[in-house]
Write a protein that binds this ligand. Structure first.
Ligand code: RIB
Ligand code: CA
Length: 317
């Protein structure tokens, strides 16, 4: 009997978030039981509108969308011109279908709580934006931790950042929340840092080929121009990082990424390293808590997996 893994994605769509949601929708190993939205790439209003429209595009209006935090736990979110365009989807959010339903009546933390309470087997939660909602959930409902099979978090940079020299965007957006979730809580967690996700970047040719596989894939690729332009500069070649889809790939196929356990901390001080992930790579360290940090993968195999799944979107809709 095929037992699926219940999956909840906490997201700030976001172009790579769009690819992550599509991968979840196209993967029979998981049952997408909920999506929660958070501020991040763009405002909460925009990330929520984008999540609703993307789920309609993917034929998944059955998935409840819980609206989460509009701002970080403690300090204001420094405004950035988004790498994802003004609407979070390269200015093409309007090309997505109008949602056929509204957000769920439950806010993100309430939806997360009720889905965990109702789950008959451990739930995988994949946060792919700032960790504010997850920090709030774990603070308000610690008794539900045993219902979480694992967190697969896209975030952090071990050897450098993308929003500052040392900080990656998701952790930088709410360092206090990231520290709460990654350091202080004791939920089984796999961290997918940008060191690996940027190595899994896909080329413009890859995207062009994907666009030819279905109308849904073509619409998805149509959301990439601003993001691709940002990453063309960041990577130095004509490609873009699908950070969030790499994290979902690990949730769909555990072990597709190679993880090593390290203790981590998050720099929450106000200084040049605020939001930096601090990884203690002294392997001999006897730390009370470690995270599985995915620093390697079969990159070509992962890109082929992503193409295979996303290339079948039109078939499974
Ligand atoms: O640093 C990459 C992360 O920040 C991704 O989740 C992307 O969507 C942005 O939120
Ligand atoms: Ca994201």
């Amino acid at each position: 009997m095929h037992v699926t893994t219940p999956l909840i994605i906490d997201t700030d769509p976001g172009v790579d978030d769009a690819f992550a949601l599509a991968l979840a929708a196209a993967s029979p190993e998981v049952e997408l039981i909920g999506v929660t939205t958070v501020f991040g790439n763009v405002s909460l209003e925009n990330t929520t509108r984008n999540a609703l429209r993307l789920l309609t595009l993917l034929g998944r209006d059955d998935v409840p969308v819980g609206v989460g935090a509009a701002r970080p736990l403690v300090h204001p979110h420094p405004h950035l011109s988004s790498a994802h365009g003004s609407d979070g989807l390269s200015g093409f959010a309007h090309t997505l279908p109008e949602p056929t339903r509204d957000v769920d009546g439950r806010d993100a933390v309430t939806l997360l709580r009720e889905l965990l309470e109702q789950a008959d087997r451990p739930v995988t939660i994949v946060p792919i934006g700032p960790l504010t909602n997850i920090a709030l959930l774990l603070a308000a409902h610690p008794h539900l931790k045993p219902k979480i099979g694992r967190l697969v978090v896209m975030g952090g940079g071990v050897t450098g950042g993308n929003v500052t020299a040392t900080a990656e965007f998701n952790v930088w957006s709410d360092p206090e929340a990231a520290r709460r979730v990654l350091v202080e809580e004791d939920v089984p967690t796999t961290l997918v840092p940008m060191d690996l996700t940027r190595r899994c970047a896909v080329s413009a040719e890859w995207l062009d080929a994907l666009a030819k596989t279905s109308e849904v894939a073509k619409t998805l690729v149509g959301l990439t121009p601003d993001y691709l332009a940002t990453y063309r500069k960041f990577l130095g070649w004509d490609g873009m990082a699908v950070h969030d889809a790499v994290a979902v790939a690990e949730a769909v196929r555990p072990g597709i990424l190679t993880a090593t356990a390290f203790p981590v901390d998050v720099d929450c001080a106000f200084g040049p390293n605020r939001g930096a992930l601090v990884v203690d790579q002294r392997l001999e360290v006897d730390a009370p808590k470690t995270l599985g940090i995915t620093l390697d993968a079969d990159l070509d195999g992962l890109r082929a997996f992503l193409f295979d799944r996303l290339g079948a979107l039109g078939v499974r809709q």
